[in-house]
Design a protein around this ligand. Structure first.
Ligand code: MG
Length: 283
C-alpha cells in the first residue's frame, strides 16, 4: 500500500464500525475490522468476507477484539467491564482473543488489536496476572505471525510504556487514538504520540473535545466530527510524519445510532485527510 492510505473502522455484525457498503460507497481502500460474533467466525464467513473486500479493492489492516459485557456507558463502567483487565472474565476473554487471532489469520491479516482496559497499578498482584495473560495471548498471536496493538486512552502514555516494557514481548505495539486521550482525560494527545511513537503501528483518526475541567478524569469528553475537536488534525498528521508513521489513516466515528450522519461525517473526514495528506506529503 502507499503511504497513509485512508481507512475506516468497519464491522460485519458486531461493534460500532460501519458496514462494508459504506466503505465501498466512499471508495475507502482499507479497513480495520471489529471481530464478528463467535458463530460467524468460521472459515466460510472469512472466505465470503475476503471475497467481498477483494471485489471492492479493500485491504483489512487489523482485526479488533471486543467482548460481551463491555460497556462504555461512563468512565467508571468502562473501567469495570472493558478488555482483559476485569479479573472475573480475563481467562475467558484471553481464550476468545486467541479465537479471534485464528479468525484473523483466516482473513490473511497480521494484526489483532484491542482495548486492554484500565491497566491496574504495577505493584498489584492483578497487574502481574495481567502481564501473564497478555504474554499468553501474544505468544498465541506470534504463532499466527501476528502483532497485537493496544488501543490508547485508558491510561497515560507513561503507564502504557511501562506496561509494554514489563510485558517484554516483541509483537506488542500501539494503536494510537488521539481522541481517546481527550475523551478519557489521560493526556495531551500530541505529547503522548511523541512519547509512545516508536510503538505506534496503527492509528485512529478521531476527534474530541475535552470535558469541562471540573469533570476531567470522571466524565467523558465529547466525540465530534474529524476536524471539529481539540486534537488538531494537521498537527496530528505532521507528528505522525515526524515519528515515521506510514500506515493507514483509519477513521473512526462512533455514532452507529445515526448511520446517515455517520456516513456523511466519514465522507467529510476522508476529504479532510486527503487534503492534509497532499499538503504534508505533497502527494
Ligand atoms: Mg479508537
Amino acid at each position: 500500500m502507499s503511504v497513509w492510505p485512508i481507512g475506516v473502522f468497519a464491522s460485519v455484525d458486531a461493534g460500532l464500525g460501519v458496514h462494508l457498503e459504506v466503505v465501498r460507497d466512499l471508495k475507502i481502500p482499507s479497513i480495520q475490522l471489529h471481530a464478528p460474533h463467535q458463530n460467524t467466525r468460521t472459515p466460510a464467513a472469512a472466505a465470503a468476507f475476503l471475497s467481498k473486500c477483494a471485489d471492492a479493492g479493500i485491504t483489512i489492516t487489523a482485526v479488533f477484539g471486543g467482548f460481551e459485557g463491555e460497556s462504555y456507558a461512563d468512565i467508571a463502567t468502562t473501567s469495570l467491564t472493558v478488555g482483559l483487565v476485569p479479573e472475573v472474565t480475563r481467562a475467558a476473554r484471553v481464550r476468545e482473543m486467541k479465537e479471534i487471532s485464528d479468525f484473523t489469520k483466516l482473513l490473511g491479516c497480521d494484526t489483532i488489536a484491542l482495548h486492554i482496559g484500565f491497566v491496574p497499578d504495577h505493584k498489584s498482584e492483578n497487574y502481574q496476572d495481567l502481564l501473564r495473560a497478555t504474554r499468553d495471548l501474544l505468544d498465541h498471536a506470534a504463532a499466527n505471525g501476528q502483532n497485537l496493538h493496544l488501543e490508547t486512552g485508558q491510561e497515560t502514555a507513561e503507564h502504557l510504556l511501562h506496561f509494554i516494557h514489563d510485558v517484554n514481548r516483541s509483537n506488542l505495539f500501539i494503536n494510537f487514538d488521539p481522541a481517546n486521550m481527550i475523551l478519557y482525560g489521560t493526556g495531551e494527545p500530541i505529547d503522548a504520540l511523541k512519547k509512545v511513537g516508536k510503538y505506534v503501528r496503527s492509528i485512529h483518526c478521531k476527534d474530541a473535545k475535552w470535558a469541562a475541567p471540573e469533570a476531567r478524569g470522571t466524565g467523558w469528553g465529547q466525540e465530534v466530527p474529524l476536524g471539529d475537536g481539540d486534537v488538531g488534525m494537521e498537527n496530528y498528521l505532521r507528528t505522525l510524519k515526524e515519528i515515521g508513521y506510514t500506515g493507514p489513516l483509519t477513521i473512526e466515528r462512533e455514532i452507529p445510532q445515526d448511520p446517515v450522519r455517520q456516513k456523511a461525517d466519514i465522507g467529510h473526514a476522508v476529504r479532510l485527510l486527503e487534503t492534509l495528506r497532499t499538503k504534508i506529503l505533497g502527494s
